[in-house]
Ligand binder design. Structure first.
Ligand SMILES: NC(=O)c1ccc[n+]([C@@H]2O[C@H](COP(=O)([O-])OP(=O)(O)OC[C@H]3O[C@@H](n4cnc5c(N)ncnc54)[C@H](O)[C@@H]3O)[C@@H](O)[C@H]2O)c1
Length: 431
């Protein structure tokens, strides 16, 4: 399935499951693609599907068929005549939904992480291979602007040979998670240890390192700190239930991966300590270094003062001009205008729909989904044994040696126009 291209589609007919915080944003983005039809929406709650419907109507789209009211209503949705099932539900439902979608002949686009266990990773791989359907994990951070820039620079050899990378999901959700009406995410954090959400930090790095395409994650070792910040937050918020959580897993998980081609990757997970957001995104090579967080974004090059200082703002602008990723140049501005994590969500959806429409390989395949998600179970297993290393399964079954690296891709905007609704209610094409 690496490099696999399905038959081109005229329109991409989508059924979306999970119209919560993330899913409702997805509906509003997908409603802007002229060649997308959101045919069906499903959620446990009727009012959420109606919210999605209202978004479609506001964007001048046909109403969708609505499914709600039962935990299994989505099983009817995946039987409809659709091309793609877009899954924005809690983590434990990602693999079962993606697997049944593919078994019903649909491509699956699934939120992060795609799987929670190694068995689920294999289920995704085997089902995608057996059915010949795409399974793309919706790793939007691969399409953020600095990540795209640095991927392009890596491909052009600006950093030399990569030796080390760092990624993370450091996002203080301690207060927010405690306030949610459906605490599924908090429950995962209570029940499970390890790096529960590795793919935002890891995905863009894995693309730079050609993971599954000439390189692979070989083994991992992982340790977690004790818990303190979550309890402190609960105490500050006067939330006694959380302050007495005896099993909360610990604030910071640090995992280190060794790659087959020699590189090391550190990936961290911390959703409870008071600290500004960071995915780190550090790339170290023999000729230079890039680092996104803490901001501002920074680059150091051996060719500029021996790499002993970060480039100045003016030098960074020159870099941007010289190495901006083609996707940034063609659809970056419109993506920022439509919104969604500063534009990266739109670029991700654009590439997904574009490739399905034109019958091109997707940027992320099922092996990426499996290898990036596998960090969660492997880290849990490693830290149980004082950081003993755990081997990554080779989900590609040795094909990583011959799979081609992800190209520096682009789009022709005329082939996939976006629609904007003007103030008078008429439609116009934005791209
Ligand atoms: N890529 C990103 O930047 C990003 C950002 C936020 C969330 N996410 C991911 O998106 C997913 C959803 O997160 P969220 O914050 O929207 O959560 P949420 O709780 O707001 O939404 C989940 C929705 O799924 C629905 N649901 C639950 N069980 C269902 C079932 N059996 N059938 C149909 N619908 C069901 C819920 O009713 C809810 O509306 C998660 O996997 C999360 O990790 C990704």
């Amino acid at each position: 399935m690496c490099g696999f291209a399905a038959a081109p589609l005229g329109k991409v007919r989508i059924g979306l499951i999970g119209v919560g915080a993330r899913g409702s944003g997805a509906v509003s983005r997908l409603a802007k693609f002229q060649d997308v039809e959101v045919v069906a929406l499903c959620d446990l709650f009727e009012e959420r599907t109606k919210g999605g419907q209202a978004t479609l109507m506001r964007n001048g789209r046909k109403p969708a068929q609505l499914f709600f009211g039962s935990e299994n209503a989505w099983k009817k949705l995946v039987e409809l005549d659709l091309d793609l099932i877009y899954i924005c539900t809690p983590w434990q439902l990602h693999t079962p939904m993606a697997v049944l979608a593919m078994a019903n002949g649909k491509h699956a686009a699934v939120e992060v992480p795609a799987a929670t266990t190694l068995e689920e990773c294999w289920q995704l791989v085997e089902t995608s291979e057996k059915t010949g359907r795409h399974c793309m994990m919706l790793e939007n951070c691969c399409y953020d602007f600095f990540e795209l820039l640095t991927l392009n620079m890596v491909r052009q050899g600006v950093f030399g040979q990569l030796t080390h990378a760092e990624g993370a999901y450091i996002h203080d959700l301690a207060a927010g998670l405690q306030d949610r009406s459906e605490p599924w995410r908090l429950q995962h954090n209570i029940d499970r240890n390890g790096n529960l959400y590795p793919t935002h930090g890891l995905g863009p790095i894995a693309q730079c390192l050609d993971i599954n395409r000439g390189n692979r994650f070989d083994y991992l070792t992982s340790i977690s700190s004790q818990e303190a910040a979550f309890t402190a937050q609960a105490r500050r918020d006067n939330k006694p239930t959380l302050a007495t959580l005896p099993k909360y897993r610990g604030d910071m998980n640090t995992s280190v991966i060794k790659c087959a081609n020699g590189q090391t990757v550190m990936v961290q997970h911390d959703i409870s300590t008071p600290r500004p957001y960071s995915r780190i995104h550090l790339l170290q090579g023999s000729d230079g270094c890039a680092m996104k967080w803490p901001e501002p974004e920074r680059i150091a090059l051996a060719s500029v003062d021996g790499g002993h200082r970060w480039l100045t703002e003016a030098e960074m602008l020159d870099i941007q001009k010289k190495y901006a990723h083609p996707l940034d140049k063609t659809i970056g501005e419109i993506a920022k205008k439509v919104g969604g994590h500063g534009g990266m969500d739109v670029i991700m959806d654009y590439r997904l729909i574009y490739c399905l429409k034109l019958g091109l390989p997707l940027d992320q395949d099922v092996y990426d989904a499996a290898a990036w998600s596998a960090v969660t179970p492997l880290s849990a297993a490693s830290l149980k044994h004082k950081g003993d290393s755990r081997d990554f399964p080779d989900f590609t079954r040795n094909r990583w040696k011959s799979n081609a690296p992800l190209a520096i891709v682009d789009v022709e905007p005329a082939k996939l126009p976006l629609i904007e609704i003007k103030k008078d209610g008429s439609k116009q094409l934005a791209v």
